[in-house]
Design a protein around this ligand. Structure first.
Ligand SMILES: [Zn+2]
Ligand SMILES: [Zn+2]
Length: 132
């Protein structure tokens, strides 16, 4: 995947990519933890840099629901959305409602050419709805 986007293949990049792949919606701290279990010598900065680079080339997608730290996922390019629990901040993927972006029609485009609607569904996850 790294070669496909003309990125040099480095051990930190490979480790970060596989950590994100294995833990969808993980935050930076848990990615650092996972990478360092495999490569103890990798610095925090190298993980930050790799996340930044991988996000910039589109191999990793960064999401940040309001009130949450940044989270990362390797499921990219399919315009999927997220459902977030208001109580415990659990996140799940929701397929695009119509199959392609933008999956909502703006009531007024103000002359803009719109290519994406960023949709987050908010609610309570099954565990939290049982508790309340
Ligand atoms: Zn919850
Ligand atoms: Zn996702």
């Amino acid at each position: 995947m790294l070669r496909d986007v003309a990125l040099r293949v480095t051990r930190p990049r490979v480790a970060v990519l596989s950590a994100v792949h294995d833990r969808p919606h993980a935050d930076t701290d848990s990615i650092i933890g996972a990478v360092r279990r495999e490569l103890p010598e990798v610095s925090h900065q190298a993980v930050y840099d790799s996340l930044h680079t991988l996000t910039a080339v589109g191999l990793v997608r960064r999401i940040q629901p309001s009130g949450s730290v940044a989270r990362y996922e390797s499921r990219v390019g399919d315009n999927h959305h997220h459902v977030v629990c208001r109580s415990c901040a659990a996140i799940s993927d929701v397929d695009c409602a119509t199959g392609e972006a933008p999956c909502l029609d703006a009531s007024d485009t103000h002359g803009f050419t719109i290519d994406e609607a960023e949709v987050i569904y908010w609610g309570l996850c099954p565990t939290c709805s049982k508790r309340s």
